[in-house]
Ligand binder design. Sequence first.
Ligand code: DGJ
Length: 722
Amino acid sequence: MLDTDSTVSPPPRGSAAPNGVVHLRRGGTSVVVDLDAESPAIVHWGEDLGDAPAETLTSLAVAARLQRVSGGLDETAQLSVLTTAASGWLGTPTLEGHRDGQSVSARFTLTDVQASPHELHLQFADEETELTARVDLGVSAAGLVRTRIAVRNEGDEPYTVQTLQPALPLPWDATEIFDTTGRHLRERSGQRRDLTFGTHLRESRRGRPGADATLLLAAGRPGFGFERGVVHGIHLAWSGNQRALAERVPTGEAFLSAGELYAPGEIRLGRGEEIASPEVLGSWGDGLDDLAARFHAEWRARPQHPRRSRPITLNTWEAVYFDHSLPKLTALADAAAALGVERYVLDDGWFRARRDDTAGLGDWTVDAGVWPEGLHPIADHVVGLGMEFGLWFEPEMVNPDSDLARAHPDWLLRGRVQLPPSARQQQVLNLAHPDAYAYIAGAIAAILDEYPIAYIKWDHNRDLVDAAAGPGGAAQVHAQTLAVYRLIDELKATRPGLEIESCASGGARVDLGILDRTDRIWTSDCLDPVERLENQRHTALVVPPEMMGMHLTTPHVHSTGRTVSLSMSGAVALFGHFGIEWDVTTLTEAEATAVAEWVALARRVRPLVATGRVVNVDVADPGLDVRGIVAADRASAFFTVAQTQTLISSPAGRVRMPGLDPDRSYRLRIVTPGGIVQQPAQSPLAWAHHDTLLTGRQLAVVGVRPPVQNPQQATVIEITAA
Ligand code: DGJ
């Protein structure tokens, strides 16, 4: 029997309407927007569709329109760039809000269109709710989509914004999700699942993205890897509370969406006030490496991108922790300089009463007991050795056991009379409080004025819990995040050349909001190279490698208890901003020679790291990790073959090294400092003792045998065009 609902659908709307279809194209990416849909809708985001004739684009848009179906609305709602529930959209909307519980029904009309080949700015209005909105959508030279939504209250009554999160459509066959999760010491662990009907929602209510944040929320064709498989992903450039979701709805649409996560009533717009969502950056690729390359190209093209060679860095934390003494730290500086270190960073423990992590945060003056002459002796010594001097701060935090907290308890974020649960014995300074802001800005400035500080390690060691402006007050994470941005921006603007590292209990604040104004992140407190392999691979899906701090570890790793070889530690650290976190005053002569060789290698490859393309090889053996960086002109590359466990085959099967020019010939050389560790039973690796010349195609398709290695050893192969 025929369902009485299943009649012929109404004719497609809009084919003769005035706005038409906009095709944004750049960097190998196309975005097609149907402006004649009920509400403007992105009908394609992804592979470049070429110079498509206008009528085909119109047809593409019409081909995306939805039929009426039984059991549904008379006009099936389509995902649009500004989707609200009032339009009949039954999935997660892009905008929701109310006026004290009223005016919940927003439905916008397109009022203005500004289009250029790469950008589209759409203006909307809804007279009934007295709101206007703007959607900005652009495709960058790198082929990245950048979009945000802004909403403005045109009415007299305050308008509370609850949801504001741009959405980007996915191909229907994107049925597998990849995202990241984690914890302190294990950030950005990957996870996969099917994108089935419903919503896969990732939220952070930590006042920072958090160690468990998904840096990238991606969905692709089943089985997509780093080398192959169409995949789309989004990142939210924001350092506060946030949500990202992947959703598949029964009307045949799948999409990704992300935005700030507002606490109840956090965003209340008065008349004429506006709020913009953080930017959502979308990338796609044939394989995750392709997707990541767009993020890297985008970030490297910014004027403020750190372009000078990344200085080899020594950080004092794991060498001395809170045990500051001038003779020890001076000896550490001498040993570091002798190894080729170029930047010396004095970590936590230098300021008033900071003998451990229970006290002192907030009192940003040098501890006279430990440093009777201030930091001058160590800073001058470091600079005298030809190194830059860097210093640790944690500007957003306060220990209740500090003069600051005692003098200004009202400067601490709290929603109740009782302080929020503490973390690492600390609370959070309300930077949106003008006096607190002025105090902290002044305290940092005073230290920077007194000492030759080229670099700040800016730490942030707790989640924001119950973060309100005072007992009974309004939620404050949004304002706090903007205040942190302002503090960093002002410092950067007034002190040209000052570099800042964003650290948050390791890598708990890794996002392109903070990285737009800082120079690198501390990728993880876990220095174990075996653990770092996954962490760094996934962090580099969005963050360019030269912005990721990677340090040689003490061989007996503090965080995991594992003992690792220098080859593993060095090879893993080559893929970013190279440094050392190890008491190098304890090295034997042979160890010091080996570390110096790693430093020299890191200096040689760093131009490649800062400009090249990251290649992750999808290998068959779970005990093997093969990755490389290929120069932009494909004239050179280096690859590492790292072994994390014993392999079932011995010797190992051949490993491919893709990404080079297929038609060029290349010389291969093993350049691991110390060479191959040869066991008595092994014969030499034939190609390592031969003038090995292979084409890029041979390297990509066939590959070479890696040397036989023990678990936790690694080999570095340098490749240069013949
Ligand atoms: C956490 C950071 O991640 C570490 O590197 C170190 O700076 C400590 N904080 C210092 O307290």
